[in-house]
Design a protein around this ligand. Structure first.
Ligand code: ADP
Length: 445
């Protein structure tokens, strides 16, 4: 059995994992950069090791330093969180080769899904619908244009190795496609080290709906229902909810089945997410994220399942704590509170000079901030996640408004005012969502 977990991450997710370990009676080791000496995950873990200078490349992404920290402290398992090394199959292999338990899916599953063009092929073979497009990376501009003409414009170019909304380009006609083809390849090369791009049909107003899955080493894979993440800015999620107003019982069944097929196709275990775009009654596989996600708490709220504890169980070789899909109860909405200007979205690092957390029923806050904490400029700007839960969507919205308006964060600008404005939007309140929501919202002002 796992007795000491090293957490190769920082911020709120590091604390979330420490929380699960504490409940499970497992010791924890935090790693941190020089910029994170005063971080809460360092204080809350049983032990901590400094792994390098502030830049993520030199610390949280430094495989040698992370592994050395695990060896020095005698950790017997490693949880990668999300971001950083979480979807690095090579890192997962190194962890295992060093005799530690990797709290995540098998490295081969990470690798198959990490190459998005390959993932498309793999799931298509299992009957999971994908958007029309290329099954291999595109060899030339002219191949791209010919394919785009056969599937119909608009199309989107994506980096095979992509992630985090980077390396995507939309083209509305052949001229535009020829223009963006090289740019997309350069961007992919720069961001991911691989220039390969593929193409698929671009949906102009889809919903982003994803399915949480979790699998054990006994061969059981269970889908835990959907999350809708259509409220995005530059392809980055801002607000996520479960369930989706667009999904009825029958559609949920179909999407959950498709997600399980995709997971089984790569021998998946642990927690993962199969992302789909949804349009006019049809859904299409986009990609699989082979890790715990930022938005996992909304699923926890409506299913009662602790996903990180399930990851620990699976890593210990135990079966999942449930046999079939848990019932979905109530409604949960998560708001990402970022340290950024609510209008320009420019990052706003600095010291938290004032802090008061909201009180009252139905609210969960996952965060690593405290009064006097200095938000470093080196990492992502997520300060806290506010998760509001209610018996139905209306109650969740009321509780969210109450919680966000009672959340006081002084010293840095945050996205709270933006969330409060979105909560007043008739389209949001009525559940008329799409990935274009924020674009409309911004241009109307
Ligand atoms: P990443 O891994 O970089 O986050 P995804 O493939 O998950 O990239 O796509 C992120 C977002 O980009 C989606 O949620 C959606 O808003 C948009 N998107 C991606 N593919 C398409 C498409 N074919 N049509 C319309 N929007 C898309």
């Amino acid at each position: 059995m796992i007795s000491k977990v090293l957490i190769a991450n920082r911020g709120e997710i590091a604390l979330r994992i420490i929380a699960a370990c504490r409940e499970a009676g497992v010791a924890t080791v935090a790693v941190h950069s020089e910029a994170d000496r005063d971080a809460l995950h360092v204080r809350m873990a049983d032990e901590s090791v400094c792994i390098g200078p502030p830049s993520a490349a030199a610390s949280y992404l430094n495989i040698t330093a992370v592994i050395a920290a695990a060896e020095i402290t005698g950790a017997d398992a490693l949880h990668p969180g999300y971001g950083f090394l979480a979807e690095n199959a090579h890192f997962a292999e190194v962890v295992q080769e060093c005799g530690m338990v990797w709290i995540g899916p098998p490295p081969e599953a990470i690798r198959s899904m990490g190459d998005k063009a390959n993932a498309r092929r793999t799931v298509t073979a299992r009957g999971v619908p994908v958007l029309p497009g290329s099954s291999e990376p595109l060899a030339s501009r002219e191949e791209a244009v010919a394919l785009a003409e056969s599937v119909g414009f608009p199309v989107i170019l994506k980096a095979s190795a992509g992630g985090g909304g980077k390396g995507m380009r939309v083209a509305r006609d052949p001229r535009e496609l020829r223009q963006v083809f090289d740019t997309a390849r350069h961007e992919a090369e720069r961001a991911f080290g691989v220039a390969d791009v593929y193409l698929e049909k671009y949906l102009t107003e889809p919903r982003h709906i994803e399915i949480q899955v979790v699998g054990d080493t006994q061969g059981r894979v269970v889908a835990l229902g959907e999350r809708e993440c259509s409220i995005q800015r530059r392809h980055q999620k801002l607000i996520e909810e479960a369930p989706s107003v667009a999904v009825d019982a029958l559609l949920r069944e179909r999407m959950c089945d498709a997600a399980v097929e995709a997971a089984v196709a790569v021998g998946y275990t642990s927690a993962g997410t199969v992302e789909f775009l949804y349009n006019d009654g049809e859904f299409y596989f986009m990609e699989m994220n082979t890790r715990i996600q930022v938005e996992h708490p909304v699923t926890e709220a409506v299913t009662g399942v602790d996903l990180v504890l399930e990851q620990l169980r699976v890593a210990n070789g135990q079966p999942l704590s449930f046999r079939r899909r848990p019932a979905i109860r109530g409604h949960a909405i998560e708001f990402r509170v970022n340290a950024e200007d609510p209008v320009t979205f420019a990052p706003s690092p600095g010291e938290i000079t004032e802090l008061a957390f909201p009180v009252g029923p139905g609210v969960r806050i996952d965060t690593h901030i405290y009064r006097g904490y200095r938000v470093p400029p080196n990492y992502d700007s997520l300060l806290a996640k506010v998760i509001a839960y209610g018996a139905d969507r209306r109650e969740a919205i009321r509780r969210a408004k109450r919680a966000l308006s009672m959340f006081v964060i002084g010293g840095v600008r945050t996205s709270i005012p933006l969330h409060l404005r979105i909560l007043e939007e008739p389209d949001f309140v009525e559940g008329r969502l799409s990935t274009r929501f924020m674009e409309r919202f911004a241009t109307r002002e």
